[in-house]
Each structure stands twice: as C-alpha cells, then as structure tokens.
Design a protein around this ligand. Structure first.
Ligand SMILES: *[C@@H]1O[C@H](CO)[C@@H](O)[C@H](O)[C@H]1NC(C)=O
Ligand SMILES: *[C@@H]1O[C@H](CO)[C@@H](O)[C@H](O)[C@H]1NC(C)=O
Length: 380
C-alpha cells in the first residue's frame, strides 16, 4: 500500500483520539506478515557506523543492498512494506519532520507539533525522526533559541517513548552561515543523536568565477565537516550526506570542458546563478555519458567527474559523483572519525537486471563502505 505522510499523520491523530477515548487502539496498522517485524528496533542494536539512505517511495527498496544500510529515511510518500523488509534486516525506518518554523515562537504549537510527530511514529512503527528546517535562522532571534529547545524536547520525548529511536537534524555543509541557516550547533548536537551534514551545494562559496562547478568538492567537504568538529562537536555526532545525482548546468558560453560559463542572476549584477541546474539521477547519467560530447572527465582539483553534452544548440555540463569520487569522500568518514554517511536517493540507481546497469549499481553501493566491509554486522 502506498501512503503519504500527511495521510498517516491524520490517521495517527484519529487513532490517538479514538484510542484515548476507549483505551484501546481500534485499528492495526501493521502490514507485515509478523507483528514482530513492525516493532521498532531495540536500543541495543547499534551499528559502529551509520549508513542512511533516503527513499521517496515506489518499490525500488526491494532491490536495496540492506547489508550496507542502518537506516532508511522515508519521504512524503512511502511503501508500507518497506518497513517490514527494513526491520527484517535490522534497519531502522526514519520519518521526516518539517519543523514548523513560523510557529517557533509559540510554545503550545511546538508541543502539539512534537506530540503529533510522536503519535505518527508510534502508530506507523517508525524508529525515529529526521528533522528539517527550511527557514533561515539568525543568532539573536527568538527562533534561534526556540529551535534548540525544540530539538532538545523532540529528542527527549522520542527517546523516552521509543527506546533506541534516532533523532537527527539536517544542517548545511559548513557551520559558517553565509546565506545558509544558522543554528546553535553545539547544544543541538548534544541533545540529538547526530547532525546530518548536507555536504553539497558549495558552489556559491567557491570563488566568484561564474563557471559550472562540482556540487561537493573533496576539500570543501572535508573543511566543512572539520569546522563542525572545531566548534567542539564530537565527530561521532556527525553524518556526511552525499548524492547519487548530478547537477546539469546549461552553459551560457562553452569554452572547453570544465569551462562552462553560467548565466548571472538577472536582477543582481555579478552574482552567478549557481542554483540554476537540474537534478540528474545517476541512472540517467549512466545512460547519457556514453553518448556525451566528451565522455567522463575528471577534475583533480575538485576530485569530481563531469561531462559535456549538447542539446539542440546548447552545451550542458554535468557534475556528479561516481564510485571513484564517492569512495574518496567515504575516506573522510574514517579520517575524521565521523558517525557515518547518508545518501540521497536510493531510488536513483538502475535496479534492472541488465548486467551493465547491475554492475554500475553495485559499485555505487560498495562505494558507501570506506572500510571495505558490510556495516550491518551488529555490535550487540
Ligand atoms: C535540554 O534542555 C534541558 C532544559 O533546558 C536541559 O536541562 C538539558 O541539559 C538539555 N539537554 C541537552 C542534552 O542539552
Ligand atoms: C537501466 O539500464 C539499462 C541498460 O543500460 C537501460 O536499458 C534501462 O533503460 C535503464 N533503466 C532505467 C530506469 O534507467
């Protein structure tokens, strides 16, 4: 059955309401063959390394390499059977929670919101919550302190009600807030399980030349994560986020591979439109690359592959990650002793039986393991 989180949350409220009145839960939401498969994973099941995969629905999960993951973060729509398969492999299923930033000033709204998230998690058997905040928050504002409190409270409530549950929050690639959000990272990291560092979208801080660039060069990834550690955050509270997709830039002017000039933001002179790219899943990249104008090029400065293709009369440059660049990044986990890594999106690989595709897909899964072993061997 396909579910949307909004529907699930509505149902959760309903169940709690009826359940609260009669003392029993009237509906059984467990869709697994055995009730035990619905139960959240016990606290004692902890892996030495965390590997998260983001999933946006459908049946791709049937082909995931479950031996290499410790948690799946589900999106707005999800397949209920994913939970049974994940739990059967000792993998946690984490729901997303969008922090209601417009309500951060109101205590009651916050408490109600946390309650609703917990009700949804309990009704649908999730093993935790991954928090996202979309509004820019600056130090000195009321929201700044309120967000820290919200995370502290969410973690406390979840850990108490669902022992072993995981509470994390998405944070930008570096704590130095240029145009990004600012949080009070140290107390936030202390109260939740880990910060999920989006080690991507660094282009606007990589010099002012208006050319297409890698999404997440190795050096920037390393320095962004190090900056969190330098704040005094325990490296085991950091998980590095990587992508299984590339950025497709349309060149305003194409000089040569690696020199694809971009448009400037129309209303701001001299500001490069780095954000104007389209997402290209790795499976599409693998189909397009052999037919491209250049084939695979490697930028040794960024430690990232790219290629150029032509569409009608326009050149496009695509910067992406592949097993080579991902394996390099995975070594950062080892070097900085991070908690682990996570990838957007499990759905972006080709899970067909075609042998070429199957090999490419397997190589991507293997690249997530910097220690050349399977993670899901539990230290119980
Ligand atoms: C959470 O907030 C409470 C109350 O302000 C505080 O006593 C506690 O230390 C905080 N927890 C963490 C882990 O920071
Ligand atoms: C998977 O790969 C095969 C072989 O390269 C290709 O024919 C097929 O279209 C791909 N499927 C998807 C969904 O990308």
């Amino acid at each position: 059955m396909r579910w949307s989180l909004a529907l699930a949350q509505f149902v959760a409220v309903l169940v709690m309401w009826i359940g609260g009145a009669s003392g029993v839960s009237p509906i059984n939401f467990c869709q697994c063959s055995k009730r035990s498969l619905c139960e959240p994973l016990p606290e004692k099941l902890q892996s030495p390394m965390e590997v998260l995969v983001f999933d946006f629905g459908g049946t791709d999960y049937q082909h995931y390499d479950w031996s290499k993951i410790t948690a799946v973060v589900i999106g707005e729509t999800f397949n209920q059977h994913l939970l049974c398969v994940a739990h059967a492999h000792n993998v946690r299923v984490i729901m997303k929670g969008k922090i209601p930033s417009n309500a951060l000033r109101n205590h009651n709204t916050i408490n109600t919101w946390i309650r609703q998230q917990l009700d949804s998690a309990r009704t649908l058997f999730f093993d935790g919550i991954y928090l996202e905040e979309w509004q820019k928050i600056k130090p000195g504002t009321l929201e700044y302190g309120a967000l820290t409190q919200l995370i502290n409270e969410t973690a406390r409530v979840f850990h108490r009600a669902i022992p072993g549950s995981q509470v994390s929050i998405k944070v930008p690639w570096s704590p130095h807030c240029g145009d990004g959000p600012c949080y009070d990272y140290v107390p936030i990291a202390r109260s939740c399980d880990f910060l999920f560092v989006m080690s991507i979208y660094m282009q606007s801080e990589m010099g002012d030349e208006c050319f297409a660039k890698a999404n997440a060069p190795y050096d920037y990834t390393y320095s962004g994560l190090s900056a969190y550690i330098n704040l005094g955050i325990d490296s085991r509270k950091l998980v590095m986020g990587v992508t299984w997709y590339g950025s497709d830039y349309r060149c305003k002017h194409f000089y040569e591979p690696g020199r694809c000039q971009l448009e400037e933001v129309s209303n701001k002179e001299g500001v490069c439109a780095f954000h104007k790219w389209t997402t290209k899943p790795y499976k599409d990249i693998m189909l397009e690359l052999p037919k491209s104008f250049t084939g695979r090029y490697w930028d040794d400065n960024y430690k990232s592959p790219y290629y150029v293709y032509k569409l009608t009369d326009k050149y496009h440059e695509v910067w992406y990650d592949d097993p080579e660049s991902l394996s390099l990044k995975a070594t950062i986990v080892k070097k900085l002793k991070l908690r682990g890594l996570g990838v957007w999106f499990g759905n972006f690989l080709n899970y067909s039986v075609n042998p070429t595709a199957a090999m490419q897909t397997e190589d991507m899964w293997n690249a997530l393991c910097p220690f050349r072993r399977k993670w899901n061997v539990w230290n119980v």
